[in-house]
Design a protein around this ligand. Sequence first.
Ligand code: HPA
Length: 234
Amino acid sequence: MTIHIGAKPEDIADTVLMPGDPYRARWAAETFLDGAVCVNEVRGMLGFTGTWNGHRVTIQGSGMGMPSLSIYANELIRDYGATTLIRIGSCGAMQETVKVRDVILAMTASTVSTPSSGMFRELNFAPAADWSLLAAAAMASAAKGVTTHVGGIYSSDTFYDERPDLNEQMTRHGVLAVEMETAELYILAARYNVRALSVLTVSDHLLTHEALPSEDRERSFGDMVEIALRAAFA
Ligand code: HPA
């Protein structure tokens, strides 16, 4: 048991999928895992452990934004010994070539700041995905027939953004999409020598202002869970 996770040490699997939304964690566990049991309810940030094709998996909500994800990822890695962490979430597209419903595999994540910025000080650390997970996810995504983009994303601290100039620079420099968690996940994975990847569905488009209809969100989320599970155990 940690400050934010009520699970017993043996309740958490080595492989953890992390959606932002705790209700999504429950849906994914009920839909994809065998024998899923709820292992965390602290602050309503639900976590479940079960098996997928015989492999033990935990699906734990991360909350929104890097400070929240950082708390759960730190405790999962340092206290529970998680060695593979895969974020499954949504993002806003920043390129014309990227469409709503497409999947993005985040190779790296630019940021203005992360919870680790105070530690890095002048160092502009480059957070990067685990290559084995990234390669396996690209194969799994292609096998599902989902349009997939692999490249850089932007982990922002704000959803309601007041820096259109910064977004323009991101677009100009080929950044595929914006979300709010990945940079810190990759930094923690590097710090503790574990594997991490973000698998993202484009839920909205910053250039066209198109948005994924709510009836499509569940299917897209399900695709991400499958891609993440196949990548984890490839
Ligand atoms: N901004 C930040 N995070 C997001 C967005 C966005 O437009 N869409 C989905 N996650």
